[in-house]
Design a protein around this ligand. Sequence first.
Ligand code: DC
Length: 220
Amino acid sequence: MRFNIAIDGPSAAGKSTIADLLAEKLGYNHLDTGAMYRAVAYKAIKQNIPFDEEDKIVEMIDNMDLEMMADGRVILDKEDISDSIRTDEISMGASNVSKLKGCRTALVAMQQRICKDGGYILDGRDIGTVVLKDAPVKIYMVASPEARAQRRMLQNQEKGLEADYETILEDIKKRDYQDMHREISPLTKAEDAVEIDTSDMTIDEVVERVLEIIAEKTGA
Ligand code: DC
């Protein structure tokens, strides 16, 4: 039987990279739930809806056509927004709309629908605590803000994006605070999640560690 795997943790802890590699190894699908909050922020900006206008944001979500493709692309109202949602503005916007109860309720329902038959790795902030409360494998991935800023800086340099270390570090700390202190579903480790501190680990080491945890928890 194919089960679901939950990966949570703060921004830039390596969740998405690890989820992609695991999905490939296991023949599972990866659902990047952060990208869904990013899509909401993207559309809100496009439609000039302030991030705190909950009713309007929820109405907008009800009318949006969001396709999370198996290859990781994000298609919003038939437009490929995969790259456009990776800016600093959208990162902060996603963190802002993710505070809204109505936004969370709608996106959590979508996520649960997508992975209802198993075979999914979901990464986000509330997967182990809310979306997949019964997942047999829950990982809580952390790394120091400095290690995360360093990684994000290198990624940004590769992509030709803004790459000032201090700015990135500040942004990471601000988003951590906001994601951990919001009222609804704040980022927190599920009681039955296994924590991995990736600060001094290579990507391969993290993948190996997660595969060990999967074997321990499921015998797979
Ligand atoms: O994973 P990410 O950096 O792409 O997520 C962007 C923002 O979306 C993050 O700052 C908080 C929010 N988010 C959330 O509240 N719940 C999730 N499951 C995923 C993301």
